[in-house]
Design a protein. Structure first.
Length: 190
């Protein structure tokens, strides 16, 4: 033992015999403990989703792909006001309004959305555009499978966004079948 009573380096590394035994035991049992954890997980409920074989069911108010809606007679609800485009924080919407005429009418208003595009390479699905739409033309669907490696495909046109014609609807252009303009926006015809 040196004069300063400190243990020799070899004694310091090995420590007391009991501590050494405990360390060896822990080292030997560590893999067993690990396998036990793995084994225990095998009997727990599996959370893996089998997508795309089993499509995920979304929440009722899910923010998915947009839809441009129609009135019951088939006329378009969009009046080409561009408020949705102005509300969009991602600059994802492009609208060009066109003038309706009595012989060529697409919406009950003075104007309609002649060109309408949503760029899904930019859209963040915040829903501010549907909040801004004064005619409830623009809503969001539950469709979320939009991924593509083509920027062109990710720009959805008016034709792609427009709701399909349901029974009793007539493809525009055509006259207002539901009466005057108020009938379209007071609830009875929407
Ligand atoms: S959901 Fe948001 S980001 Fe997407 S088009 Fe509408 S306002 Fe723009
Ligand atoms: S979708 Fe709505 S907010 Fe956008 S241009 Fe048409 S009417 Fe206006």
């Amino acid at each position: 033992m040196p004069e300063d009573n400190l243990p020799l380096p070899a004694e310091r590394e090995l420590g007391e015999p009991e501590t050494v035994e405990k360390g060896v035991l822990e080292t030997v049992l560590a893999p067993v403990k690990g396998f036990g954890l793995t084994f225990g997980q095998m009997f727990k409920k599996v959370n893996t989703e089998q997508y795309p074989e089993q499509k995920k069911v979304t929440a009722p108010r899910f923010h998915g792909r947009h839809v441009l809606n129609r009135h019951p007679d088939g006329l378009e609800k969009c009046v080409g006001c561009e408020l949705c485009a102005w509300a969009c924080p991602a600059d994802a919407i492009y609208v060009e309004g066109g003038d309706n005429t009595e012989s060529r009418r697409f919406s009950p208003g003075e104007r309609y959305g002649e060109t309408y595009q949503i760029n899904y390479a930019r859209c963040i699905f915040c829903g501010l555009c549907i909040e801004a739409c004064p005619t409830r033309s623009l809503t969001m669907s539950n469709e979320f499978e939009l991924a593509s490696d083509s920027r062109q495909i990710l720009i959805y046109t008016k034709e792609e966004l427009m709701a399909p014609l349901l029974p009793g609807m007539e493809a525009p252009p055509h006259p207002m079948r539901l009466g005057d303009t108020d009938a379209y926006y007071t609830g009875s015809a929407s």
